[in-house]
Design a protein around this ligand. Structure first.
Ligand SMILES: *[C@@H]1O[C@H](CO)[C@@H](O)[C@H](O)[C@H]1NC(C)=O
Length: 356
């Protein structure tokens, strides 16, 4: 794990420039302090990267799944003929799924890069899924991304949260991770936990239970990805390339039907790792991130869910920022459109995930 970060001047801020009367040096101090606070140098994750062939295989668009000569890194491409993707060779019952990812730069409206776990190939009607989906951008605008959780086919209950980032994800590699244990789910950006879901009795089967594979895909989602589909993929800018390195699969491989983990593999090994526990410092960073960069949450969308879903933890400082649509009171202009999924593999996800 390296901790090299771009100097503060190269990180872009999502906030309007402060009044020019403030001395520049003061501003610099302020912003440096702020960014350090969000991306403060937490201990590196306790992980061992594996090569592509050790843990994954191409899923579709094989010609557009390009391994580095060493076999450690992989890039996936979307061109006018096809998107592409890869999948873990094993399924896991609980795990830590992680990679350093660099997103395609320049104009990427309509392009979706997804890093997610699913078992939709095996359980068509009762699948589980944990998503990180990058939603393309219009040049000069920050990338947006969302996380989502489905359990046992709960596709009628989307649990979307949407965010911007405190850095430009096309300039450097950043680590994105999904932790899934028997009792919690944590999404990470670098070492900052951005979302935690603690399993509650009331969630029932909505909390993923069955073994899942890891997927990484790039595909044309012109009809919903960027500002609800207003901006389409423009193949003048193709190929769109997303780069992956430091691939990590930690957890217990498990047969999807028998669901028993491989011999000798115990959840306690996963739960003992440093990424399985949020430290107080990380918790403050998470709070900070959510207060600053989250721009939609299903937990605050009381039009959609008049009674928040059971795992929702209503944080007053977060809630104060949102309207009853779950969208920001100020600055959010994201059209509510029906979301039609075309993510590959098709067939695993029904089309009824409306309202994003
Ligand atoms: C998952 O869904 C199936 C079909 O609806 C149901 O029979 C099963 O009990 C559910 N499992 C859990 C854990 O809720």
């Amino acid at each position: 794990m390296d901790h090299r970060r771009p100097p503060p001047s190269r990180r872009f801020s999502l906030y309007p420039p402060p009044p020019s009367s403030l001395p520049l040096s003061l501003l610099f101090v302020f912003f440096s302090f702020f960014f350090c606070f969000v991306s403060t140098s937490h201990a590196a994750f306790d992980v061992t990267p594996i090569s592509f062939d050790e843990g994954y295989r191409p899923l579709f668009g094989d010609g557009n799944v390009v391994r580095s000569p060493s076999g450690d890194d992989v890039r996936i491409l979307l061109d006018r003929y096809t998107g592409s993707g890869f999948i873990s060779s094993d399924m896991y019952r609980h795990g830590f799924f992680s990679a350093k990812i660099k997103l395609p730069s320049d104009y990427t409206a309509g392009v979706v890069v997804a890093f997610y776990t699913s078992n939709g190939d095996v359980f068509e009607k009762t699948h589980d899924e944990l998503d990180i989906e990058f939603l393309g951008n219009i040049r000069g605008k920050p990338w947006r991304f969302q996380t989502n959780v489905y359990g046992n086919g709960s596709t009628s209950r989307g649990r979307e949260e949407r965010y911007t980032l405190w850095f430009d994800p096309t300039k450097e590699y950043h680590r994105y991770s999904i932790l899934w244990t028997a009792n919690k789910i944590i999404f990470y950006v670098d070492e900052v936990p951005i979302r935690e879901i603690v399993k509650s009795e009331a969630m029932g089967g909505d909390f993923p239970l069955k073994p899942m594979s890891l997927y990484a895909t790039i595909w044309d989602a012109s009809n919903w990805a960027t500002s609800g589909g207003r901006y389409k993929v423009n193949y003048k800018y193709a190929p769109f390339v997303s780069e992956f390195k430091d691939l990590v699969l930690e957890g217990c491989p498990a047969d999807p039907i028998r669901q028993v983990p491989a011999e000798g593999c115990k959840d306690t090994q996963l739960e003992a790792k440093n990424f399985a526990t949020i430290t107080p410092t990380q918790r403050r960073a998470m709070r900070r991130f959510r207060e600053r960069y989250m721009y939609y949450s299903y937990c605050y969308d009381t039009l959609r869910y008049p009674i928040p879903l059971p795992e929702c933890v209503i944080v007053p400082t977060e809630k104060a920022r949102f309207k009853d649509t779950g969208r920001l009171k100020f600055g959010g202009s994201h059209k509510r459109r029906s979301r039609r999924r075309e993510r590959i593999p098709v067939g695993s996800v029904p089309d009824n995930q409306a309202s994003m």
